[in-house]
Design a protein around this ligand. Structure first.
Ligand code: UD1
Ligand code: MG
Length: 453
């Protein structure tokens, strides 16, 4: 059977109180509409149509894909009218699945179940809610067969008591669509063309109506304001956290974990509370991430320990290293392995050789550092002359004394020692002590001044 999917996304989203169209607000790493598109694509539809309205240009600029067909609904006259705008793109389809751009957590499995149940007839996704206020109610006849959907504003008191509601997600037989939509009226409380009215038409024609329910009601929840956005963000994070925990990752508290991208991990990794992961992050085996860290587009190898409050972006951390607390690894930082990077250390665009240590209060930028090097506290690579960046090179086993300024371009030879407090602006030779320091003197007979009476 050929499947077409239409995503209705023309609503104004007034209650968001935003310049951004509602469907472009983010859940995790992606706009709401992108979640729905990704789920729709997993069903491999022959056609994927998005009905846009308000903010259409902004939506089309933010959401791209060669497979997307855009249909404009210039005026929001109701869900039936919205689907009618997609009709020119829906010829020759057996099944047309209707999704909402502001209902982001619907699962592919749920939709596949609905499509299978519907076959070439009509299918409706419903949920039963404690509080059905605001939703269209599902009316069933004495035999339990679905008869119609009645909107909140059109319902009788008896109908308002029904707790089974329309999620809005439905499958329609493609061949009947044009006729049904053409017959919709707007003689109802809201003066809108209700898509839901086609259900009664299907029933009148004797078509079977298949009803399916999602595994969890949150799949059918929509976003109308920022409170609902926050609530669905938590649900999305919970869903991701559960998948990671099932795959063997320890999360000290899944309620205090945010993944805005993708995370791959080896066995026995552990992530402490309030960690934010963005972009593509990979962890080897036995990696431990301390509390309050941000990891963005980075690779962390086996046995690495990242202590509390680190920010790591576009960096690589080699096997067995220990980073933090309070360290910042910026783009191009590469720790080869067995490294120690301590508190208040910033590393950018620099390779740190195996076993080398930068333990305290240092800036290492645009540098190549050999193996077994010890960089003392407060060492600064002066990589920027106000116009250009220059590199610092430090050979294996070198020892850089505390509070050294390395004025790049400059090299420190293998096994060299730099005395504390030096400003090194010329290359320092191998295996020797180099220092720039005024000689220490003690003045004999000197007395502190005393206060005049
Ligand atoms: C609709 C259903 C209701 C269901 C509820 C579930 C109808 C008549 N009612 O009600 O039975 O319980 O959804 O949330 O269908 N949209 C457009 N163009 C329009 C109107 C809406 O694109 O002219 C889009 C909106 O962007 C949104 C979706 O359709 O994504 C639903 O619109 P909304 O106004 O929220 O529908 P409800 O009146 O809540
Ligand atoms: Mg409405």
């Amino acid at each position: 059977m050929t499947l077409g999917i239409v995503i209705l996304a023309a609503g104004q989203g007034t209650r968001m109180k935003s310049r951004l169209p509602k469907v472009l607000h983010h859940l995790g790493d992606r706009p709401l509409l992108q979640h729905v598109i990704d789920t729709a694509r997993a069903l491999q539809p022959a056609r994927l149509v998005i009905v846009h309205g308000h903010g259409g240009e902004q939506v089309r600029a933010a959401i791209t894909g060669d497979d997307l067909i855009w249909a404009e609904q210039a005026e929001q006259l109701g869900t039936g009218h919205a689907l009618a705008q997609a009709l020119p793109h829906l010829a020759g389809l057996d099944q047309v699945l209707v999704l909402y751009g502001d209902v982001p957590l619907i699962r592919t499995e749920t939709l596949q179940g609905l499509l299978d149940a519907a076959g070439d007839s009509f299918g409706l996704l419903t949920v039963t809610l404690e509080d059905p206020t605001g939703y269209g109610r599902i009316c069933r006849d004495g035999a339990g067969q679905v008869e119609c959907i009645v909107e909140q504003k059109d319902a009788t008191p008896q109908q308002l008591a029904i707790r089974e509601v329309n999620t809005g997600i439905m499958v329609l037989p493609g061949g009947r669509l044009a006729d049904w939509l053409g017959r919709l009226g707007k003689d109802n409380a809201q003066g809108e063309y209700y898509l839901t009215d086609v259900l009664a038409m299907a029933v009148a024609e004797g078509l079977a109506v298949a009803v399916a329910q999602p595994a969890e009601p949150v799949e059918a929840e929509g976003v109308n304001d920022r409170l609902q956005l926050a609530s669905l963000e938590r649900a999305w994070q919970r869903r991701q956290a559960e998948a990671l925990m099932r795959a063997g990752l320890t999360l000290r508290d899944p309620a205090r974990f945010d993944l805005r991208g993708s995370l791959r991990h080896g066995l026995d990794c552990e992530i402490d509370i309030d960690v934010v992961i963005e972009g593509e992050v990979t962890l080897g085996e036995g990696v431990r991430i301390g509390p309050h860290c941000v990891l963005r587009d980075c690779h962390i190898d086996d046995g690495v320990e990242v202590l509390a409050h680190c920010v790591i972006e576009q960096a690589k951390i080699g096997t067995g290293s220990r980073v933090g607390p309070f360290a910042r690894l910026r783009p191009g930082a590469e720790l080869t392995g067995g490294n120690h990077v301590g508190n208040f250390v910033e590393i950018k665009n620099a390779e740190i050789g195996e076993g080398s240590k930068v333990n305290h209060l240092s800036y290492v930028g645009d540098a190549d550092i050999g193996r077994g090097v010890n960089i003392g506290a407060g060492t600064i690579t002066c990589n920027y002359d106000g116009a250009n960046k220059h590199r610092t090179r430090i050979g294996d086993q070198a020892f850089i004394g505390s509070n050294t300024a390395l004025v790049a371009p400059v090299s420190v030879g293998r096994g060299a020692t730099i005395g504390a407090g030096s400003v090194i602006s010329k290359d320092a030779p191998e295996e020797r002590l180099t220092l720039t320091r005024a000689r220490q003197t003690t003045i004999e007979g000197w007395k502190r001044p005393e206060k005049k009476r």
